[in-house]
Design a protein around this ligand. Structure first.
Ligand code: CP
Ligand code: NVA
Length: 322
């Protein structure tokens, strides 16, 4: 079924958002559909209080601008509240276990937890040992909220989802993994154009191929970029990674620049999850050029996550559709 024909159900079967692996195509459509609706209504000044009385704990073990602001504003705009918890300040950062943290936070009347951390297993443990929904706000392996905002942006610009081709250039990292998964689920062609040694995790690639995804992993730039509607890149060095000359030299030929842009479809758009390093993984003329939709992606973090928050934490989603 195409996204355009999807009729929302006003519910999700999932309790958490950890990787998107356990989400069906329809459930991803459900989120995107609500995100578009909430975005439109927000711009029209229509207010919702679906999360009134709900508070989201936001645990950050890594820096953030977009994730922090969008979750804070998303909760506020839906009538709820949030609690910022940096691991520099809470006991989790002083070796209290994730299991104990999950149990404690679950007993304080909070309605959900967003976590940005290093180990995916920590986000999973939080979900396992707590009793409230957990949303992955980025781990070393995945960034599902970013992937949802990116596909929302892609749809707004291309008016279609399945059949579109995304070429991701550079480091096969957390952002690449989540984009690959969402692409496989939604029938988007995905090419990871990465040098050897910096390809996406082969287990995640296999998972996507086993789903029947149209996935290519290649170090051949013209081959990977050919016919693409979207060119995507991300930083060479993700948070927590050691900067090395070796990695920089391996990735530099994959810099998203005009020479590579010309190999894609003439109306291709360019994407980046931000923060960006102009002159490193992407050139200024691409990031700030007409083809760039990076600030739409950043804004769409807000709208996509409002849909996720409402669906995971809202008591009566149907009221949004009345
Ligand atoms: N794209 C993204 O997640 O940005 P932040 O690191 O600023 O949250
Ligand atoms: N891959 C980057 C994404 C930042 C939003 C990182 O993990 O640092």
């Amino acid at each position: 079924m195409k996204f355009e024909n999807y009729v929302p159900k006003g519910k999700l079967n999932n309790k958490h958002l950890l990787t998107l692996k356990d989400y069906s195509k329809e459930e991803i459509y459900e989120i995107l559909h609500l995100a578009l609706k909430l975005k439109k209504e927000y711009k029209q000044g229509i207010k919702h209080e679906i999360l009134k009385g709900k508070i989201l704990a936001m645990i950050f073990a890594k820096s953030s601008t977009r994730t922090r602001v969008s979750f804070f504003m998303g909760m506020k705009q839906l009538g709820g509240d949030s609690l910022f918890l940096s691991t520099n300040d809470i006991q989790l950062g002083r070796s209290e276990t994730i299991e104990d943290t999950a149990k404690v936070i679950s007993r304080m009347g909070l309605s959900g937890i967003m976590i940005r951390t290093f180990l995916q297993s920590d986000a999973e443990a939080l979900a396992k040992h707590g009793s409230i929904p957990v949303i992955n706000g980025l781990t070393d392996d995945y960034h599902p909220c970013q992937a949802l905002a990116d596909i929302l942006t892609l749809y707004e610009h291309k008016r279609k989802i399945s059949g579109v081709k995304i070429a991701y250039l550079g480091d096969g990292n957390n952002v690449a993994h989540s984009l690959m998964i969402i692409s496989a689920k939604l029938g988007i062609k995905f090419a990871a154009v990465c040098p050897k040694g910096y390809r996406p995790n082969p287990e995640i690639t296999k998972y996507c191929l086993d789903l029947g995804g149209d996935i290519t992993v290649t170090d051949n730039i013209p081959e990977g970029v050919k016919d693409s509607d979207v060119l995507y890149t991300d930083v060479f060095f993700s948070m927590g990674q050691q900067k090395t000359k070796e990695k920089e030299m391996a990735l530099m030929p994959y810099q998203l620049n005009m020479d590579i842009y010309r190999m894609a479809k003439p109306d291709a758009i360019t994407m980046h999850c931000l923060p960006a390093h102009r002159g490193e993984e992407v050139t200024e003329d691409i990031l700030d050029g007409e083809m760039s939709v990076v600030f739409d992606e950043a804004e769409n973090r807000l709208h996509a996550q409002k849909a996720v928050l409402a669906l995971l934490m809202g008591d009566n989603i149907q009221q949004l559709y009345q």
